[in-house]
Write a protein that binds this ligand. Structure first.
Ligand code: IMP
Ligand code: MG
Length: 187
Protein backbone atom coordinates (compact mmCIF):
# COMPACT_ATOMS: atom_id res chain seq x y z
CA UNK A 1 0.00 0.00 0.00
CA UNK A 2 1.12 3.53 -0.88
CA UNK A 3 0.68 4.78 2.71
CA UNK A 4 2.86 2.04 4.20
CA UNK A 5 6.19 3.70 4.96
CA UNK A 6 6.49 2.20 8.44
CA UNK A 7 6.68 -1.59 8.01
CA UNK A 8 9.90 -3.55 7.52
CA UNK A 9 7.97 -6.67 6.54
CA UNK A 10 4.54 -8.23 6.31
CA UNK A 11 4.10 -10.62 9.25
CA UNK A 12 0.63 -11.90 8.44
CA UNK A 13 -0.83 -11.69 4.93
CA UNK A 14 -4.41 -10.81 4.11
CA UNK A 15 -5.08 -14.43 3.10
CA UNK A 16 -3.64 -15.82 6.34
CA UNK A 17 -5.68 -13.36 8.40
CA UNK A 18 -8.91 -14.35 6.64
CA UNK A 19 -8.25 -18.09 7.03
CA UNK A 20 -7.45 -17.61 10.73
CA UNK A 21 -10.56 -15.51 11.40
CA UNK A 22 -12.76 -18.13 9.70
CA UNK A 23 -11.24 -20.87 11.85
CA UNK A 24 -11.87 -18.97 15.11
CA UNK A 25 -15.47 -18.19 14.08
CA UNK A 26 -16.15 -21.84 13.33
CA UNK A 27 -14.63 -22.92 16.66
CA UNK A 28 -16.79 -20.44 18.61
CA UNK A 29 -19.90 -21.62 16.71
CA UNK A 30 -19.09 -25.20 17.68
CA UNK A 31 -18.28 -24.47 21.32
CA UNK A 32 -21.46 -22.47 21.95
CA UNK A 33 -23.79 -24.54 19.76
CA UNK A 34 -27.42 -23.93 20.81
CA UNK A 35 -26.54 -21.00 23.09
CA UNK A 36 -26.70 -17.23 22.81
CA UNK A 37 -23.53 -15.16 23.12
CA UNK A 38 -22.83 -11.48 23.69
CA UNK A 39 -19.80 -10.50 21.62
CA UNK A 40 -17.95 -7.51 23.08
CA UNK A 41 -15.47 -5.70 20.85
CA UNK A 42 -12.71 -3.61 22.39
CA UNK A 43 -12.46 -0.39 20.40
CA UNK A 44 -10.67 0.73 18.31
CA UNK A 45 -8.29 -2.16 17.72
CA UNK A 46 -10.96 -4.88 17.44
CA UNK A 47 -11.98 -3.38 14.10
CA UNK A 48 -11.95 -4.97 11.42
CA UNK A 49 -11.21 -8.31 13.15
CA UNK A 50 -14.49 -8.09 15.06
CA UNK A 51 -16.68 -7.47 12.02
CA UNK A 52 -14.98 -10.21 9.97
CA UNK A 53 -15.23 -12.65 12.89
CA UNK A 54 -18.96 -12.04 13.43
CA UNK A 55 -19.65 -13.15 9.85
CA UNK A 56 -18.25 -16.59 10.69
CA UNK A 57 -20.27 -17.06 13.87
CA UNK A 58 -23.34 -19.20 13.29
CA UNK A 59 -25.13 -18.43 16.58
CA UNK A 60 -27.68 -16.01 17.94
CA UNK A 61 -25.47 -13.15 19.13
CA UNK A 62 -25.71 -9.68 20.59
CA UNK A 63 -22.98 -7.13 19.93
CA UNK A 64 -21.64 -4.48 22.29
CA UNK A 65 -18.45 -2.44 22.60
CA UNK A 66 -16.07 -1.14 25.24
CA UNK A 67 -13.12 1.16 24.92
CA UNK A 68 -10.13 0.84 27.20
CA UNK A 69 -6.84 2.60 26.93
CA UNK A 70 -3.51 1.35 28.16
CA UNK A 71 -1.16 2.67 25.52
CA UNK A 72 -2.05 6.33 25.13
CA UNK A 73 -1.23 6.14 21.45
CA UNK A 74 2.37 5.19 21.88
CA UNK A 75 4.52 2.09 21.47
CA UNK A 76 5.01 1.31 25.15
CA UNK A 77 2.42 -0.16 27.49
CA UNK A 78 1.73 1.95 30.57
CA UNK A 79 0.20 -0.75 32.86
CA UNK A 80 -2.65 1.61 33.63
CA UNK A 81 -6.01 0.64 32.13
CA UNK A 82 -8.67 3.32 31.75
CA UNK A 83 -12.28 2.51 30.76
CA UNK A 84 -13.20 5.19 28.24
CA UNK A 85 -16.48 3.62 27.08
CA UNK A 86 -18.54 1.07 29.02
CA UNK A 87 -21.14 -1.43 27.74
CA UNK A 88 -24.53 -0.16 26.56
CA UNK A 89 -26.46 -3.28 27.61
CA UNK A 90 -26.60 -5.57 30.65
CA UNK A 91 -24.63 -8.84 30.47
CA UNK A 92 -26.15 -10.35 33.62
CA UNK A 93 -26.51 -14.11 33.12
CA UNK A 94 -25.09 -13.99 29.57
CA UNK A 95 -22.32 -15.86 27.82
CA UNK A 96 -19.74 -13.24 26.95
CA UNK A 97 -16.78 -13.28 24.58
CA UNK A 98 -14.47 -10.25 24.66
CA UNK A 99 -12.68 -9.64 21.38
CA UNK A 100 -9.44 -7.70 20.99
CA UNK A 101 -6.80 -7.37 18.30
CA UNK A 102 -3.76 -8.49 20.30
CA UNK A 103 -2.62 -9.61 23.73
CA UNK A 104 0.65 -8.00 24.76
CA UNK A 105 1.16 -7.59 28.53
CA UNK A 106 -2.38 -8.95 29.13
CA UNK A 107 -3.19 -6.07 31.52
CA UNK A 108 -6.08 -4.77 29.40
CA UNK A 109 -7.87 -8.11 29.06
CA UNK A 110 -7.30 -9.04 32.70
CA UNK A 111 -8.83 -5.76 33.86
CA UNK A 112 -11.79 -5.95 31.46
CA UNK A 113 -12.57 -9.54 32.41
CA UNK A 114 -12.55 -8.71 36.11
CA UNK A 115 -14.96 -5.89 35.40
CA UNK A 116 -17.28 -8.15 33.38
CA UNK A 117 -17.30 -10.68 36.23
CA UNK A 118 -18.58 -7.95 38.53
CA UNK A 119 -21.37 -7.28 36.03
CA UNK A 120 -22.64 -10.85 36.55
CA UNK A 121 -21.95 -12.58 33.22
CA UNK A 122 -22.67 -16.34 33.21
CA UNK A 123 -19.48 -17.21 31.31
CA UNK A 124 -16.61 -15.01 30.10
CA UNK A 125 -13.96 -15.88 27.54
CA UNK A 126 -11.55 -13.78 25.52
CA UNK A 127 -10.65 -13.95 21.85
CA UNK A 128 -7.63 -12.27 20.25
CA UNK A 129 -6.29 -12.43 16.74
CA UNK A 130 -2.66 -12.10 17.81
CA UNK A 131 -0.66 -13.31 20.80
CA UNK A 132 2.67 -11.53 21.20
CA UNK A 133 5.47 -13.79 22.32
CA UNK A 134 6.57 -12.03 25.53
CA UNK A 135 7.15 -13.06 29.14
CA UNK A 136 3.98 -11.97 30.95
CA UNK A 137 3.53 -10.98 34.58
CA UNK A 138 -0.19 -11.47 34.07
CA UNK A 139 -1.18 -15.14 34.04
CA UNK A 140 -4.12 -14.83 31.70
CA UNK A 141 -4.53 -16.80 28.48
CA UNK A 142 -7.43 -16.09 26.12
CA UNK A 143 -9.39 -19.21 25.10
CA UNK A 144 -9.39 -18.17 21.43
CA UNK A 145 -6.08 -17.15 19.90
CA UNK A 146 -5.56 -16.73 16.17
CA UNK A 147 -1.80 -16.56 15.68
CA UNK A 148 1.32 -16.28 17.78
CA UNK A 149 3.66 -13.51 16.61
CA UNK A 150 7.23 -12.61 17.63
CA UNK A 151 7.94 -9.72 20.00
CA UNK A 152 7.55 -6.94 17.41
CA UNK A 153 5.43 -3.81 17.34
CA UNK A 154 2.85 -4.44 14.62
CA UNK A 155 0.37 -2.34 12.66
CA UNK A 156 -2.50 -3.03 10.27
CA UNK A 157 -5.87 -4.78 10.31
CA UNK A 158 -7.00 -2.58 13.23
CA UNK A 159 -3.65 -2.16 14.96
CA UNK A 160 -2.23 1.35 15.05
CA UNK A 161 0.89 3.37 15.60
CA UNK A 162 -0.15 6.80 16.90
CA UNK A 163 -3.67 6.09 15.54
CA UNK A 164 -2.41 5.50 11.99
CA UNK A 165 -2.13 2.39 9.78
CA UNK A 166 -5.24 0.63 11.12
CA UNK A 167 -6.44 0.38 7.52
CA UNK A 168 -3.60 -1.77 6.18
CA UNK A 169 -5.21 -5.06 5.03
CA UNK A 170 -2.24 -7.08 6.35
CA UNK A 171 -0.25 -7.07 9.62
CA UNK A 172 3.22 -5.61 9.33
CA UNK A 173 6.18 -5.34 11.72
CA UNK A 174 7.23 -1.74 12.34
CA UNK A 175 10.78 -0.76 11.31
CA UNK A 176 13.32 -0.83 14.14
CA UNK A 177 14.29 2.82 13.65
CA UNK A 178 10.74 3.86 14.70
CA UNK A 179 11.38 2.25 18.09
CA UNK A 180 14.83 3.72 18.43
CA UNK A 181 13.55 7.19 17.60
CA UNK A 182 10.73 6.91 20.15
CA UNK A 183 13.01 5.49 22.85
CA UNK A 184 15.46 8.35 22.32
CA UNK A 185 12.62 10.89 22.47
CA UNK A 186 11.45 9.40 25.79
CA UNK A 187 14.83 9.59 27.42
P1 IMP B 1 -1.89 -5.19 26.77
O1 IMP B 1 -2.75 -4.64 27.85
O2 IMP B 1 -0.43 -4.87 26.99
O3 IMP B 1 -2.11 -6.66 26.49
O4 IMP B 1 -2.19 -4.35 25.50
C1 IMP B 1 -3.22 -4.62 24.66
C2 IMP B 1 -3.49 -3.44 23.76
O5 IMP B 1 -2.30 -2.73 23.39
C3 IMP B 1 -4.06 -3.96 22.46
O6 IMP B 1 -5.45 -3.92 22.52
C4 IMP B 1 -3.51 -3.02 21.44
O7 IMP B 1 -4.39 -1.95 21.24
C5 IMP B 1 -2.24 -2.46 22.02
N1 IMP B 1 -1.05 -3.12 21.44
C6 IMP B 1 -0.28 -4.08 21.98
N2 IMP B 1 0.70 -4.46 21.16
C7 IMP B 1 0.54 -3.71 20.03
C8 IMP B 1 1.24 -3.66 18.78
O8 IMP B 1 2.22 -4.36 18.51
N3 IMP B 1 0.76 -2.77 17.87
C9 IMP B 1 -0.32 -1.95 18.10
N4 IMP B 1 -0.99 -1.99 19.25
C10 IMP B 1 -0.57 -2.86 20.21
MG1 MG C 1 -6.43 -1.90 21.39
Amino acid sequence: MKIDNICKKVLVSEEEIQATVKKIGEQISKDYDGEEVTMIGLLNGCNPFFSDLLKHIDLLIEVDYMRASSYHGSIKSSNEVLILKDLDKSIKGKNVIVVDDIIDTGETLKCIIELLKLKGAKTIEACVLLDKDIKRNVAYKPKYIGLKIPKEFVVGYGLDYNEHYRNLPYIGAVKDEVYTKEENNNE
